[in-house]
Ligand binder design. Structure first.
Ligand code: AVJ
Length: 320
């Protein structure tokens, strides 16, 4: 059998239909909002990669530091023969994990909504790690998870702090779905950004070079291209605020003056008052006790909690 298999669990047109539904609902609600997953077209993914290299955006470097230091422990404790990675993207940091899990590792299962990210990452991985089986899944794991057959024990990794993009109720559903595909002896490796001083957090989402502002506005370019929306990104300002009650960062786009975003094919004319904001992302920040409690509520027990030296980011290991 070929060492690379690709399974699509999403219909080809699901993305388009989802985008329409999200835009129709989000631009008709008060306050207006759009889910962050629509940032990531080719340009948005490129901008995110650029964000990860900004001096203000510490999470990627902090998580890489933990992964490099703890990968051998993770391998020893999990003994994983299958690594499932949710939202794998370019699989860049995963290499540390894969190398520590080899030679016992049999199959790597990257799961992402982006087919191009999956095939690109798989190609280079296969060239470097002959013998590793890769079964890529094009799937939206927020809608439940069906995994291909592969040997256990399994390690499910959800890195980058992306769980922070989910609201509490969505996190509950997500962790429940992950727990549901885990057998006894399987593990979850979860990356979470941590609560810290407001200035550091806000700077990470409002960098001096303006890359995050461009990333935020890219969602407008996506709806203009995909849905023919009549919208000019220059009519909006990038806003990043720390919500201390919910302990999350919100990214918003603020209308510089009164305007209407027209999307004829959705029969939509969304009116913005001057200064009105559209919420484009929630990025929740965590504390150990909160992570432990959310895992426990899903039937998962926190067994390891590792942070970078500066205590900015955490990797949690949990067992079913
Ligand atoms: C990829 C979801 C982890 O929330 O920090 C980066 C996305 N948004 N800058 C994050 C993001 C603004 C990022 N995640």
């Amino acid at each position: 059998m070929s060492p690379f298999q690709l399974t699509r669990t999403l219909p080809e047109d699901a993305t388009e239909a989802d985008l329409r539904a999200d835009v129709l609902k989000g631009l008709s609600s008060t306050p207006k909002e759009l889910p962050p997953k629509w940032f990531y077209d080719a340009r948005g993914s490129e901008l995110f990669e650029e964000i990860t290299r900004l001096p203000e955006y510490y999470p990627t470097r902090a998580e890489r530091e933990i992964l490099i230091e703890r990968a051998p422990r993770i391998a020893a404790e999990t003994g994983a023969r299958t690594l499932v990675e949710l939202g794998s993207g370019s699989s860049e940091k995963t290499r540390f994990l894969i190398d520590a899990l080899l030679p016992d590792l049999d199959t790597y299962v990257p799961v992402d909504v982006s087919e191009s990210a999956l095939t690109g990452a798989a190609e280079s991985l296969l060239a470097e790690r002959p013998g590793l089986r890769i079964h890529a899944l094009i799937a939206d794991f927020t809608r439940g998870l069906v995994l291909p057959p592969s040997p256990g024990p399994r390690l499910v990794a959800f890195l980058g702090g992306t769980i922070g993009n989910l609201l509490p109720a969505e996190r509950r559903a997500f962790l429940g779905a992950v727990r549901a595909v885990m057998a006894p002896g399987d593990s979850l490796l979860l990356g979470t950004d941590l609560v810290k001083d407001e200035a550091t957090l806000v700077a990470a989402y409002d960098d001096a070079a303006g890359v995050t502002a461009e990333f935020n506005k890219n969602v407008l370019a996506v709806i203009a291209r995909e849905l023919g929306a009549d919208v000019d990104p220059a009519d909006f300002d990038h806003v990043a605020v720390w919500d201390r009650e919910h302990e999350w960062i919100e990214m918003r786009l603020r209308a510089r003056h009164a305007l209407t975003v027209k999307i004829p094919e959705l029969d939509l004319a969304a009116q913005f008052a001057a200064g009105e904001e559209l919420r484009t992302e929630v990025s929740a920040k965590f504390r150990q006790e909160g992570v432990r409690a959310e895992l426990a509520a899903a039937g998962l027990e926190l067994s390891q909690w590792w942070t970078d030296r500066k205590g900015r980011f955490a990797l949690s290991l949990a067992e079913a």
